[in-house]
Design a protein around this ligand. Sequence first.
Ligand SMILES: Cc1cc2nc3c(=O)[nH]c(=O)nc-3n(C[C@H](O)[C@H](O)[C@H](O)COP(=O)(O)OP(=O)(O)OC[C@H]3O[C@@H](n4cnc5c(N)ncnc54)[C@H](O)[C@@H]3O)c2cc1C
Length: 701
Amino acid sequence: MLAKSVLKAFKSDANNNSDIALENGSRIAVIGGGPAGSFFSYFVLQLAKRIDLQLCVDIYERKNFPVFGAAGCNMCAGVISESLIQALSIEGIDLPPDVVQRGVNSFVLHTSSDTAVMHAPFKEMRIATVYRGGGPRGASNVTWKSFDNYLLELAKSYGVQVIAEKVTDLTWINDRPQVHTAKTTHEYDLVVGAFGVNSPAGELFEKLGFGYKQPGGKKTYNCELDLGTDFVSNTLGSAMHAFLLNLPNMDFGALVPKGNYATLCLIGKKIDSEFVTYFKELETVKNLINKGDGAVPASCQCSPLCSLGAAKQPYGDRFVFIGDCGMSRLNKDGIGSAYRTAKAAAVTAVFSGVSAQDFRRRFWPMCKAIRMDNQFGKLLYLFVDLVKKADFLTRGVMRTTKIEQGKENSKRFMSMILWDMFTGSAPYRAVFFRSLNPRFIASFIWNILLAFGREVEVTPYHTEDIEEPSMERTDLGKVYNDGEIIVRQGEKGNCMYVMQSGDAEVVQIGHDKKEIRLTVLTKGDVFGEMALFQEEVRSATVRALGKVRVIVVDKRIFLKRVHEDPSFAFTLLQKMTRRIVNLNAAMKERRRSGREKLTLPVLIGEANVAPDNYESGTAIDISILGIRFLVPKGTLLGSKEDRESTEFTVILTLSDDQKPIEVKCQSRYFLDTEGGIEIGANFVDPDAQIYQPLRQYLKNH
Ligand SMILES: Cc1cc2nc3c(=O)[nH]c(=O)nc-3n(C[C@H](O)[C@H](O)[C@H](O)COP(=O)(O)OP(=O)(O)OC[C@H]3O[C@@H](n4cnc5c(N)ncnc54)[C@H](O)[C@@H]3O)c2cc1C
């Protein structure tokens, strides 16, 4: 599957006949330094570097992101979806703890009469909450950083220049676009629109007349509630809270926990101040945002536009539009759409060209996929509307969810549908087809019938149910403690892992049931990817050495991204290649390491023998695989009748006050010689941690 996609991509590049291609020294202007603009700039420079293409990229950004309040903020709920976190971890972009406000591991669904908790697959912190700007107005004791600024700095680290000015006009001169600010005018080979839907910049492009029309937007409401860290942790926990309420004005309402604040986000047809006041007073909502002394006033609030999805003609010769001003998903994962469209535009610009034809061929399919998916989204939202309006359906949904969540290994159809709908982790299309599963429909109908006409008791919601004690508030992924097995050889697997912190050893269990340590993994390494490509069974065991944090990448999310963007697999291929190179080097080193002759005093003791009773002997040669030593006849070992293989501890006594080296061996043979009994033994740890220092010691003596 992977090989096919990569091959297809190379074939289409080989056939490339763009008449407007980027060359060394080409200049790109990116209008807007939000997620779309930063992602594009980062990827275009990264991809160009791979083919030794030198580009100059300028980002025009009018906002200063580290500033508090609206002046530094791109106004959103600040939820980074699980699919985006997983994709970014493979791309090598980790969200640092000072950018993450909270790792989210579950969803709590509130109706007017009930609550249901949905846990993330693998009980992992899969979703991040962030501040887009510096944080709420008036915030104090700030230890966090802006998400948008983090991405912008990442782009800058690749050589992007940020022009902190507002773009005021665009003109066309010498077959090239010109970008104007109050102070400057520059000519470019490509202009990338990444200005979102809350800016008049779209009109500047519309007037150029190549057909671009920016997407419509709907008004929303966002506010930051200063509830205090304790209240947020005890009342909301590490869960997103979504409201399934029969309110015609509102399509979507959620309460998003951060550090000491929680963000209330309402999206719908008519979200005005009157509706917001009414919403905050609802019993279901009040309990979550009231500290007992009345409703907490908003420290910061805004009513930005939310993109309605698709721009008309989001590309032209030397123009392309990404993120909200180009194409984005309905109501969900706008930052994820910014990443996907930015990457598709960057791949097209570097590997194909920057003509309208190039963007139609390589960039437009991604936009079409999002647009088509939004159609399924519309159908699903119609159904959600129906559920909200019909009380018996709402009860059926809650009952089915709770039953599924109560069983450890059940097929969680309803939970998965709700999880993916609310987190935006899977395409709407996938959610739609999952909802047609006959088993799911049957169980849903059954639960509707059982819930019909019966009062459902309000289930108290306890944050302890969802907290993961081993995790820091801002950690993402999953923590394993020292010695814990992350994947086990021989077990089936359908996910891969990206190391976030700590070390883990990869061991293989041989026919003799002995472990062979293959390698030690550290931050940034990936493992378990073979289960995604072909084998479903793990070929080795990975065990934590100390505390380890990993991000789990789902098979479905990974393969979908590879299908959409074959270059996505490049970083992974790079890592796999590096691993093979290292393995080859280790094998070569092993082959080079011949047997070394030596005469070194050793102490030998069988397993379970106290060190006081160890016997003296002499090591006579050593290799990476094992050791040969002599023990005098008449000693316990020397008079051993039972010559079967046995485990020994051998202590090599070194001169020059060096610490003795202790190693575990397994004897392979005993031989009567004139000098004593010769014992040949293998190292139990075949990686022979001691071997290198010992060899070094022998070299110096
Ligand atoms: C209420 C609400 C809640 C949301 N919640 C979420 C969520 O939880 N998770 C999620 O993934 N998405 C969410 N979204 C969507 C998300 O905010 C957008 O999809 C995302 O910000 C799009 O990124 P972008 O880079 O395309 O545009 P933006 O983030 O809007 O960035 C555009 C940038 O362009 C700059 N700019 C504009 N005009 C000019 C100019 N003339 N000159 C210079 N610079 C200019 C702006 O200053 C801005 O920095 C939400 C949206 C709303 C409205």
